[in-house]
Ligand binder design. Structure first.
Ligand code: PLP
Length: 423
């Protein structure tokens, strides 16, 4: 028997018991017919923290007050702004402080890291990734392969699931890595696949990649702020993530990068810039690049302070809430959503197939629904009724209740709207 009930009382009781419930008040919700929308797209763009405006205003005021002197005299000095984000970031992704840096944007960071960690040599040239990676990653991999004189058609491998299955099995990934052996240069997966919502076992994939003599990297766009991560202990070589999804830092905001401690201070190939130069000597303006002994060595440009200001507010919320607490709520919230969707589909005799794994260990908060025979029309009806979810070609509706600001009542109300849309 399920522990869940599709009733207002049950959802209310769950919300009352939720130790994180007050965080919802710290966000601005778009409105629909005079009430907050059901916002299930934190996996695309997280909501605005109410503290973002004041943080931005602080930087604008300091710019007005100090001009260039703000680099040293602003409340949060711009010269070292990124350093204020290091501690929270390290805690968020399970890293040592020296292993993380906030800089650039996601695909740019992926490219900069590939320069150091995709180094095809002899037979060892291939990159293995998951089925249907985010297209930007495919473009990055293919262009890096071509940059090294390789052929993306043969050197970029997208693993496909077994016939009739939607997601990949870990043992198949491990077998494939083993079989590729000395042809494999890099395994680079999403931590959570954007389409299916499948979360990968990053520790096991990294172990298999290393056993084959390859490096292991992850695009954590859908994992950072969604899953508990232990990048250092998992021995991951590198990772990168954006901050506008689960990390609520605003459209196009600054991104993050991780490089494992064992690669720091080494003479790796790198596309360098002045912000990666030893900061004690940066303004000596010398010709020879002397990299920082930390992940900051991968920085190229000075800090984009406005987006970092919002990111600082958002990271501070994660520190207060605690990733383990968020994840505990997330598992319950998404299990509840699954229960509601399955119940409503049964009642309405609709074929809604959840292609995201059913096991909480293999998913984050997102569920991807194949709406057989309903498709985009169903999605449009949900939108008209005040649900913000998203549609991904060719035919998936993605719904992601995020633990930071969604409630059990959001999930229950979603079920009511879904039922009406199906009838
Ligand atoms: C998994 C994944 N990788 C890469 C990107 C591209 O990110 P950006 O435009 O920040 O480079 C996205 C954007 O949604 C994504 O979901």
């Amino acid at each position: 028997m399920s522990l869940f009930e599709n009733t207002p009382d049950f959802a209310l009781r769950m919300d009352e018991k939720d130790p994180l419930r007050s965080f919802r008040e710290e966000f601005l919700f778009p409105q629909h017919s005079g009430r907050p929308v059901i916002y299930f797209t934190g996996n695309s763009l997280g909501l605005q923290p109410k503290g973002a405006a004041a943080a931005l205003k602080q930087e604008l005021d300091d710019w007005a007050t100090y001009g260039v002197e703000g680099h040293f005299h602003a409340k949060h000095p711009w010269y070292s702004y990124h350093e204020e984000l290091t501690g929270c970031t390290a805690r968020l992704v399970g890293a040592l402080e020296e292993e993380v840096v906030v800089m650039n944007q996601l695909t740019s960071n992926l490219h900069f890291l590939l320069v150091s960690f995709y180094r095809p040599e002899g037979r060892r040239r291939k990159i293995l990734t998951e089925q249907r990676p985010f297209p930007s990653d495919t473009y990055a991999f293919a262009s890096q392969i071509a940059f090294h004189g390789g052929d993306p058609d043969s050197d970029l491998i997208e693993m496909q699931p077994r016939q009739g299955e939607h997601t990949l099995r870990l043992e198949d990934i491990q077998d494939r890595i083993h079989a590729l052996g000395d042809e494999l240069a890099l395994v680079c997966f999403g931590g959570v696949n954007f389409y299916t919502g499948q979360a990968f076992d990053m520790a096991a994939i990294t172990k298999a990649a290393h056993a084959a003599g390859a490096s292991a990297g992850f695009d954590l766009a859908h994992a950072a702020g969604n899953l508990c991560l232990s990048l250092h202990d998992w021995d991951v070589d590198f990772a990168c993530w954006c901050t506008y999804k689960y990390l609520n830092s605003g459209p196009g905001s600054v991104a993050g990068a991780f490089v494992h401690q064992r690669h720091l201070g080494k003479d790796l190939p790198r596309f360098a810039g002045w912000w990666g130069h030893d900061k004690n000597e940066r303004f000596k303006m010398e010709r020879t690049f002397k990299p920082m002994p930390t992940a900051e060595a991968w920085q190229v440009s000075n800090a984009p302070v406005f987006s970092m200001a919002v990111h600082r507010v958002a990271l501070e919320q994660f520190d207060r809430a605690g990733m383990a607490n968020l994840r505990a709520k997330s598992v319950q919230l998404t299990n509840y959503l699954q229960f509601i969707i399955e119940g409503v589909a049964k009642e309405a005799e609709a074929r809604l197939e959840i292609i995201t794994p059913g096991n909480a260990d293999e998913r984050g908060c997102q569920l991807s629904i194949l709406a057989h025979g309903h498709g985009k029309a169903l999605f449009n009806k949900l939108t008209e009724a005040g649900v913000i979810a998203d549609w991904r070609e060719p035919n998936v509706i993605r719904v992601a209740p995020v633990p930071m600001y969604n409630s059990f009542e959001d999930v229950r109300r979603f079920g009511q709207i879904l039922k009406a849309a199906l009838s």
